[in-house]
Design a protein around this ligand. Structure first.
Ligand code: HEM
Length: 148
């Protein structure tokens, strides 16, 4: 575990690279659902959205989420990085769990849209678009300001 301390700046840099890629997808995918939902079933537009959604989720978001988790847990295992008595870590971790749950919700919704099932309205996806923003603001304040 002590060897991890020497890698700390690198682990953190790569953690942030993975976070940025993951967040880009979490912002963009619900946007695609906003425009996919009203597209007529079987239309070229609807079929194009299916391809864009699959590539974004499988090609970028899934690998980025896995890398964020692996590198984040490596930081947790690095001696002296997390002060377990501080509250910020617990709130950050809760927000990260919610972010991962949101990712799973988007993945399930992609499968439904692929099968031409429109389970949610365009308005629903517009509202859902705000979820990753709120969680991201909370996480960044916890991890940088560490207010408690
Ligand atoms: C997926 C699970 C995650 C775990 C286990 C995790 C864990 C950690 C840990 C232990 C640190 C080091 C904190 C420090 O040096 O004081 C860190 C740094 C950081 N994390 Fe995460 N993290 C995760 C996801 C995220 C997400 C989703 C975001 C943003 C939306 C994020 C943003 C950051 C930032 C900005 C830093 C750098 C803080 C600094 O400058 O010290 N992390 N993370």
């Amino acid at each position: 575990m002590d060897a991890l301390a020497g890698w700390y700046p690198w682990t953190k840099a790569l953690h942030l690279v993975a976070v940025i890629a993951w967040m880009a997808g979490l912002f963009y995918l619900p946007r695609l659902y906003v425009y996919h939902t009203p597209a007529p079933i079987g239309s070229d537009r609807s079929e194009l959205f299916k391809v864009m959604e699959r590539r974004l989720l499988r090609g970028i978001m899934n690998p980025a989420m896995i890398a964020t988790w692996v590198l984040g847990l490596t930081l947790v295992a690095t001696p002296g990085v997390v002060d377990w008595s501080a509250g910020w870590w617990h709130l950050k971790f809760t927000a990260v769990i919610l972010m991962s749950g949101f990712h799973m919700h988007l993945a399930a919704a992609r499968k439904a849209l692929l099968a031409d099932q429109r389970r949610h309205s365009e308005r629903y996806w517009r509202a859902m678009n705000e979820v990753p923003t709120v969680l991201m603001v909370l996480i960044v304040i916890m991890v940088i300001v560490k207010p408690f």
